[in-house]
Design a protein around this ligand. Structure first.
Ligand code: SF4
Length: 312
């Protein structure tokens, strides 16, 4: 189980609500049946690296991330060798045995030695990457650019002591949770930091009918709701956005208390719908074929299993 699933097991979160809104069946396949993995897109990996990078750049980079030329997945077959990591390890052991026994002609032993060398390089790369998130060199360069822009932008302020605040509440028999990038109770302010492809892209509508900016605002409204229930503080929200362009750009957005409150009813409607669906255990499908085509469950989901025609 990945880290996001582990720490949010049993909770309704903003991200789970987004999956549910996209399609209730997708939510079921991802979070109940766990058949569809939580996506680890480049954008998500980059965003979470940035969130951590702004707290403690040097330490985080060394402890949690490896900068690599090409990302390495130990479960996948390694292309140039055609084996998985455990198959490679088995092969290394066998070649070592043959080498020790010194049986076979010299040419064969030399060829095996070359292969052994290659396999060992792959093994070292695997060990280096185990347990750490991998960033490509391009992503690492962009991270540094984004960080510089984040610190340059005169409107942004950031207090590393107020970061990654987790708020949990019980609501009508369900557990809800939100983890805010920043929370300032004295200023009645919640804040989220985002990385985006471009400023213009924030206003583009996605397949689910929302722009990125609308989704970010919904997220702030959800956090506002959690904080009000938990601490009895009604907060406004802000968004500090940095882009991955070259050079990096930034934009600052504020949503006052009332504007976040205006969104509250939408949040509550989605929650009610989601909670009653979870209680009933009946998850409907999407009626939008474009969504199915773009859905991570396409090919797994019973409603959209067939990906190609059958020749008759
Ligand atoms: S493939 Fe279609 S019906 Fe199935 S989960 Fe995805 S959006 Fe829903």
């Amino acid at each position: 189980m990945n880290n996001y699933l582990k720490i949010n097991e049993g909770f309704i979160t903003n991200s789970k609500m987004n999956s549910f809104k996209f399609c209730p069946t997708l939510f079921d396949l991802k979070y109940n049946q766990k058949i569809v993995p939580e996506s680890r897109s480049d954008a998500l990996i980059f965003g979470s690296a940035f969130d951590q990078f702004i707290q403690d750049d040097e330490k985080i980079m060394n402890e949690k991330y490896n900068v690599v030329k090409i990302r390495f997945d130990p479960k996948k077959k390694i292309k140039k060798i055609g084996s998985t990591m455990s198959e490679i390890e088995q092969e290394i052991r066998e070649i070592e045995k043959i080498k020790k026994s010194k049986k076979g002609d010299i040419k064969k032993i030399e060829t095996r030695n070359l292969k052994l060398q290659k396999l060992k390089e792959e093994k070292i790369m695997y060990q280096k990457n185990t347990g750490k998130e991998q960033l490509t060199e391009t992503q690492a360069d962009k991270l540094v650019n984004c960080l510089n822009e984040f610190h340059r932008q005169p409107l942004f302020d950031f207090d590393s002591k107020q970061t990654q605040i987790s708020v949990e509440i019980n609501y009508k028999g369900h557990k809800l949770k939100g983890t805010m990038d920043e929370f300032y109770p004295d200023r009645q302010l919640i804040s989220d930091i985002k990385t985006a492809a471009s400023i213009e892209g924030l206003d583009r509508k996605w397949i689910d009918g929302y722009t990125a900016l609308e989704k970010y605002k919904n997220q702030l409204s959800f956090y506002q709701f959690l904080v009000e229930i938990k601490f009895d503080i009604l907060c406004g929200g802000r968004l500090q956005v940095v882009t991955k362009e070259d050079p990096a750009r930034s934009s600052f957005y504020m949503a006052d208390k009332m504007s976040l409150l205006d969104n509250r009813q939408n949040i509550l409607n989605t929650l009610e719908n989601m909670m009653s669906t979870i209680e009933l255990g009946i998850y409907s499908s999407s009626d939008n074929r474009e969504k199915c085509l773009k859905c991570p469950a396409y090919g797994v989901c019973d409603y959209a299993k067939q990906k190609e025609y059958i020749l008759i």
